[in-house]
Design a protein around this ligand. Structure first.
Ligand code: PLP
Length: 368
């Protein structure tokens, strides 16, 4: 099937309507100036504005994951995540919205009192199964499924982040949406465009890779900034997922795998644990552009494209995906900001300070 027919198939992909789209594409003039770039050099694609259950990137993936036909006869939806998982929050809300019971398997220590996503997850479903580690989540979800089925129900298990081939189709659609928005700008040059996006369970970037391939954006640079896992593993998952998503819509053309890179340079102490660079970037974004995101994951993305903007003569950069509830969770770093508004140096024993001595991938739970 040609790219054009696959694009049509993508457009016709069944979905449950959850997201408010298109999300805004904002011309970040003041941020560009603050970064010493030309005023038309930086754009922000605000996928925090997908709306449903406070928005973020999970909404698009769940739209294509929870299709009406897959939900036929299903009375219980099961998924997982950490206490600050945006996915778990949006998933529980989607289950309620679609009239299904939701069981969440939650790993890691829950904040006491519950704050941010942890609090919203408990608000959205009373069925939360607690497990210690990430590795315990899949067996606990299978156990929950068996339990539902032994009681005569039918369950659908959705993996972390809804990063499945179907979920990735949600981000292939987002790429088509972004392309249409950028086409409206006469000066847009795909070959000089770098897109930075947070990456963890890989579905978002996989969908964007598929979308870019269908649109034949051969010069585009797609950069995934890891929030937790090593770059090689994420890249392999991105390529695998994009390939499987391509099969779903009958696309057999070339995936632009060589246009995708993943960096794990900004992981620090793990998912959701801030770094001084990320805090500084968050302040800059807030004060130059009025964006008040303080989510767990995309923090990691920002310093990456700041730095790239200083290093590479690209013309445009767009960020994508976000979530807000992490703003209401307690700060993991003891001293976040000085009164002046500049990021405080971390306490020598704090996670932020230890990060600069040794980088670890194991700490923290992938929250997706
Ligand atoms: C707000 C936000 N953006 C991006 C990502 C990364 O997306 P994915 O898990 O599809 O790689 C996450 C997940 O951790 C997230 O919470």
């Amino acid at each position: 099937m040609t790219a054009r027919s696959a694009l049509l198939a993508l457009e016709r992909t069944p979905r449950s309507h959850l997201a408010t789209t298109p999300t805004p594409l904002v011309h970040a003039v003041h941020l560009a100036r603050a970064l010493d770039r030309s005023p038309d050099a930086v754009w922000l694609k605000l996928d925090g504005h997908t709306g449903f259950a406070l928005g973020g990137n999970k909404v698009r993936k769940l739209e294509t994951e929870l299709t009406p036909s897959r939900l036929d006869g299903v009375d219980t939806l099961i998924s997982c995540g950490g206490p600050q998982s945006n996915h778990a929050r949006v998933f529980a809300a989607a289950a309620a919205h679609l009239g299904r019971r939701c069981i969440l398997v939650r790993n890691g220590e829950s904040p006491d009192p519950p704050m941010g996503n942890a609090r919203l997850q408990s608000l959205l479903t009373p069925h939360i199964v607690h497990v210690a580690e990430r590795a315990d989540r899949d067996p606990a979800m299978e156990e929950a499924r068996r339990q539902v089925e032994s009681e005569g129900g039918k369950a659908l298990v959705v993996p972390i982040g809804a990063s499945t081939p179907l979920g990735a189709l949600g981000y292939a659609r987002a790429m088509v949406e972004l392309d249409a928005q950028l086409q409206g700008d006469v000066a847009w040059d795909p070959d000089a465009t770098w897109i930075f996006v947070a990456t963890s369970s890989a579905g978002t970037l996989a969908g964007m890779l598929l979308g870019a391939s269908l649109l034949e954006l051969e010069g585009l640079h797609l950069v995934g900034v890891s929030a937790d896992d090593p770059a090689d593993g994420i890249k392999a998952r991105v390529v695998d997922l994009a390939g499987q998503a391509a099969e779903l819509i009958g696309f057999r053309g070339e995936l632009l795998v060589h246009r995708v890179s993943v960096t794990d340079e900004y992981v620090g102490d793990g998912y959701g644990v801030p770094t001084p660079e990320a805090d500084a970037a968050t302040l800059l974004l807030a004060r130059s552009q009025g964006c008040s995101w303080i989510p767990p994951t995309p923090r990691k993305r920002r310093p990456a494209w700041w730095r790239r903007s200083a290093m590479v003569g690209y013309r445009r950069a767009t960020g994508s995906s976000s979530g807000t509830p992490g703003a209401r969770s307690p700060p993991p770093c003891p001293a976040r900001c000085r009164p002046s508004g500049l990021p405080a140096p971390c306490d020598p024993g704090s996670p932020g300070a230890r990060r600069s001595r040794s980088r670890g991938f194991a700490r923290g739970s992938r929250g997706a």
